[in-house]
Design a protein around this ligand. Structure first.
Ligand SMILES: Cc1cc2nc3c(=O)[nH]c(=O)nc-3n(C[C@H](O)[C@H](O)[C@H](O)COP(=O)(O)OP(=O)(O)OC[C@H]3O[C@@H](n4cnc5c(N)ncnc54)[C@H](O)[C@@H]3O)c2cc1C
Length: 390
């Protein structure tokens, strides 16, 4: 909330596209449910009023639009929503070594990958550049690269990430997103600039490249020979680091919930349980093996999440869905917060409290952001009106 209170919406609107611009850095907290969009907007509006079409409100909208698409399309978001510039078979099913190890020799790409590995975060513009290069220049299938990126991002969210990749790829939007060296020179610090590289071209040339199956894998004209700058791809893991105090619960641990009201905390709702839990309640943090076996995380991500979860409960369990089902049979009442990441696993085990949304839900699936935005903000002129609804 301190971070939210420090946001300056005017500076945000002016500088958000610059790598050193005044962006909020709130996405890990929003992804993991530490704070919600209504809380953040309330903090902003306590300082000044904002029009409904303020840039920041609009960006909040993108987050919820992607949720809207996910809630309607389900697992279809993991496949191309429609055909992009090329057939699916024109794209590779593996992310090349030089991209994963930040040794393409193209500064903007290597800086982006190193920043990702070092910090677990990446500016939106850098994500767009990286995604565009990977898909349109190197012809890697967006899905392969989206799976790779999401494991390293502290804010990794399957809707925002996978649908953003589709937006860049042109399988979730009407045209491929392209960028060139001039664009990088305008928005990024000098060490990211990439003159004389494969992206130093006109947009017409880049468009032809995106629409041709030829992959530009050759070494770029400019090569950096500096081994210290190689980004070693960190391992990703299906279990949290061993030195953290989670456990695989024993039969005795599982007895903790027998005869108790249980509040389940999962990685997408890392907030304090509602006030008014009975004295007989226990709060259990969940890492479900089935989820993490499909979506492993970097060490940095695990540590971030576990630190936030440990603020809520000392009991953090890594277990299989079946074990949880058996254990919860002995509980008197089980509740949790709904989230699409785990809904399919916990919906039959717990009463799900809806997560607070900022925009009112739109029943019919909208295929474009602008269509969804029109429906959800119909008749509004001020952002304040969103809070009266939510
Ligand atoms: C290839 C790619 C992958 C992405 N993967 C993710 C992801 O896994 N998780 C994620 O939260 N965002 C993702 N984004 C969107 C965006 O890059 C991040 O939300 C943003 O960079 C987070 O930084 P911030 O909090 O400083 O954002 P700010 O610019 O300060 O925006 C405030 C909030 O608005 C929301 N937001 C802003 N831009 C977008 C956007 N384009 N799409 C969706 N929500 C947005 C976020 O919740 C963000 O925290 C991805 C974008 C691309 C191009």
């Amino acid at each position: 909330m301190r971070r939210a209170e420090a946001v300056n919406p005017i500076r945000y609107a002016k500088t958000r596209n610059f790598l050193d611009g005044d962006v909020t850095g709130l996405s890990p907290y929003l992804t993991h449910g530490v704070v919600t969009l209504p809380e953040v907007l309330r903090a902003l509006l306590d300082k000044e009023s904002l029009g409904i079409d303020h840039k920041l409100v609009y960006e909040f909208g993108w987050r919820e639009f992607y949720r809207h698409v996910w809630s309607h399309a389900g697992d279809e978001i993991f496949q191309s929503l429609h055909t992009g510039p090329l057939n699916e078979s024109s794209y590779k099913n593996e992310l090349p070594y030089d991209i994963r190890h930040a040794t393409t020799g193209i500064p903007v790409i290597d800086e982006a990958v190193r920043t990702l590995y070092d910090t677990g975060t990446l500016h939106n513009h850098a994500r767009m550049w990286l995604a565009s290069y990977v898909v349109h220049i190197r012809k890697v299938h967006w899905r392969v690269a989206a799976d790779w990126l999401v494991a390293y991002l502290l804010d990794g969210d399957l809707a925002s990430n996978h649908l953003s990749w589709q937006w860049v790829a042109g399988t979730g939007s009407h045209k491929p997103y392209l960028f060139n060296a001039e664009n990088v020179a305008r928005y990024a610090p000098a060490q990211w600039h990439s003159p004389d590289s494969v992206i130093d071209r006109s947009y017409d040339e880049l468009d032809s490249i995106a629409r041709s199956a030829k992959s530009y894998d050759g070494m770029p004209k400019k090569i950096i020979h500096d081994d210290d700058r190689v980004g070693h791809e960190p391992v990703v893991s299906t279990t949290p680091p061993n030195d953290l105090s989670w456990c695989e619960p024993t039969a005795a641990d599982l007895e903790l919930i027998a005869g108790r009201d249980v509040w389940l905390v999962h990685p997408w709702a890392l907030r304090q349980p509602p006030s008014g839990l009975t004295d007989n309640s226990v709060v259990i943090g969940l890492y479900l093996r089935e989820y993490h076996e499909t979506w492993p995380w970097s060490d940095t991500r695990w540590r971030w999440v576990d630190a936030a979860m440990s603020e809520v409960t000392p009991h953090r369990w890594l277990l299989r869905f079946g074990e949880l089902c058996v254990a919860l049979k002995k509980a008197t009442r089980v509740r949790s917060v709904d989230d699409l990441h785990v809904r399919h696993l916990v919906k039959n085990l717990a009463e799900l409290v809806p997560a607070p949304m900022l925009f009112s839900s739109v029943d019919r699936r909208c295929s474009s952001f602008s269509h969804w935005w029109k429906q959800t903000t119909r008749g509004f002129t001020q952002a304040e009106e969103l809070l009266q609804k939510s």
